[in-house]
Design a protein around this ligand. Structure first.
Ligand SMILES: Cc1cc2nc3c(=O)[nH]c(=O)nc-3n(C[C@H](O)[C@H](O)[C@H](O)COP(=O)(O)OP(=O)(O)OC[C@H]3O[C@@H](n4cnc5c(N)ncnc54)[C@H](O)[C@@H]3O)c2cc1C
Length: 443
């Protein structure tokens, strides 16, 4: 029997935040878009609470959530602590929104459909269709789909990335040491006065309280208690290595040790790629966005904002001119947000080697300041003005050994950023550019 062939302008694989945003912008540009999701839609994308910087919504062309249930909170302060809880850094105000991703994913999908995209659930893509020119479609169990653009927004599974030779050779799956095992749960507070006493003892009522370095330098456990609604949010992450506790184990341990925490309301766990984005984001006819492209802020594994911004860039380039759109998207991404993600990968790699003592000393000495903390949470490059440099100089005198490790990395972050801003236009220069980028970031 001959299979029926469908024809679309663009097919997007995966209806998480990156894929749904791509479908939304492509449909708004009057493209015929098919959004394919492997799972039932209610289970697609992130299913927990994520922190997302406000500016990233604007940059992605996505409306910010304004109320419950999607917008859960804006905290008064972020407090960072070392594992002994004796050393703290306080950031007044917050550049992020805490968002219930179940509602945000559903809103993005609905907006994409209202703009004209067609969403099909429980229809996993099994194969990429390729010829000598590049990618020209996908195959599912139900259909053969031809399309001018195939967008891989399938998250960590990278279903197109792993099946198309031009990607496969240049985009290997992230190594264990470059993956974060994360978990997030929202639970009932069963004893409000005990919860309040716990927060008061830490001077943290109404704040987000993050302990860094519980399971190696990178790891974190972020606690936020809403006393009014009697809910607690617990977010954890650690490098996915066998000798370290997983994100879920870090949540379970905290729940076990705090009797005021009650039943689980919702949440989830998963893996986040932490390595800098792949150099190759586009081949003829196909592009990678979101976790499939490793477009994640490496210092804390936040991928929602970057994936949505990449989705908008790709849709705009395709709407402008389909021919060469994926390469223009690749260049535009690397020269802007990609530069920042790669620069912070230098810091993330260094941070994995920090001991609890290093973290305490970084906070006490001022090597890690409210300014750099704020930049990290907002996913921005710190502005290296005279005040910051003078502060770092004084901090270096207080902790010279640590400074000798941190300051070269800070300079390397700037060098990486500049190198990415020079991402080449000529294809012939891509390989030497990549080789130098790898040396700069990974040495
Ligand atoms: C516990 C946890 C906490 C996190 N906290 C934060 C945070 O605070 N802030 C932040 O910014 N980020 C956070 N992240 C990371 C963030 O959730 C991800 O970066 C983001 O969800 C990636 O979006 P995506 O659309 O690229 O991929 P996904 O959300 O993974 O969506 C991919 C979709 O593709 C579908 N799919 C897979 N294979 C196929 C196929 N063959 N065919 C069709 N569809 C397919 C999947 O079913 C899925 O729905 C967290 C992650 C975890 C696990």
């Amino acid at each position: 029997m001959t299979e029926a062939i469908e024809h679309w302008d663009a097919v997007v694989v995966g209806a998480g935040t990156a894929g749904s945003t791509a479908a939304l912008h492509l449909a708004r540009a009057n493209k015929r878009v098919l959004l394919l999701e492997a799972r039932p839609v209610r289970d697609s994308g992130a299913q927990w609470v994520n922190a997302i910087p406000l500016w990233m919504y604007d940059e992605a062309g996505v409306d910010k959530p304004t109320s419950r249930p999607e917008l859960r909170a804006r905290v008064a302060r972020h407090i960072m602590l070392d594992p002994s809880w004796n050393h703290r850094l306080v950031l007044e105000g917050s550049p992020v929104l805490f968002v219930d991703m179940r509602h945000m994913v559903e809103r993005l999908q609905r907006s994409a459909c209202e703009a004209g995209a067609v969403l099909r659930e429980s229809e996993p893509v099994r194969e990429a269709l390729t010829d000598h020119r590049g990618v020209y479609g996908v195959r599912t169990a139900r259909a053969v789909i031809h399309s001018k653009l195939v967008v891989d927004a399938s998250g960590m599974s990278g279903v197109i990335r792993n099946r198309v030779a031009a990607f496969k050779d240049r985009c290997p799956p992230p190594k264990h040491g470059d993956v974060c095992s994360a978990a997030q749960e929202v639970r009932r507070v069963r004893d409000s006065s005990a919860a309040r006493a716990w927060l008061q003892a830490r001077g943290a009522v109404g704040d987000a309280l993050g302990v860094v370095g519980l399971e190696g330098g990178f790891s974190t456990r972020l606690i936020q208690v809403d006393l009014e609604r009697e809910e607690v949010e617990i977010l954890t992450g650690a490098i996915a290595e066998r000798h370290r506790a997983s994100g879920q184990a870090l949540v379970d341990e905290f729940v076990r040790d705090h009797a005021w925490i009650g039943e689980r309301l919702f949440g989830g766990a998963g893996a986040i790629p932490l390595r800098r984005p792949y150099d190759t984001l586009g081949v003829e006819g196909a592009a990678l966005i979101g976790d499939a492209a490793c477009q994640v802020f490496p210092a804390h594994g936040s991928g929602v904002g970057a994936g949505m911004i990449a989705a908008r860039m790709l849709a705009e380039e395709f709407a402008r001119e389909p021919l060469g759109a994926t390469r223009r998207y690749e260049r535009r991404f690397h020269r802007t947000l990609g530069a920042r993600l790669a620069a912070y990968d230098v810091f993330r790699r260094l941070s994995q080697g920090f001991s609890p003592k290093d973290i305490a000393s970084m906070i006490d000495s001022g090597l890690f300041s409210a300014h750099t903390f704020a930049a990290g949470i907002a996913q921005e490059m710190p502005t290296l003005d005279a005040r910051l440099l003078a502060g770092l100089g004084r901090a270096a005198l207080r902790a010279p050994r640590l400074a000798a490790r941190l300051l070269p990395a800070a300079l390397r972050m700037q060098a990486v950023h500049r190198w990415y801003e020079q991402f080449p236009s000529a294809r012939a220069l891509a390989r030497p550019w990549s080789a130098a980028a790898a040396t700069l970031v990974e040495r």
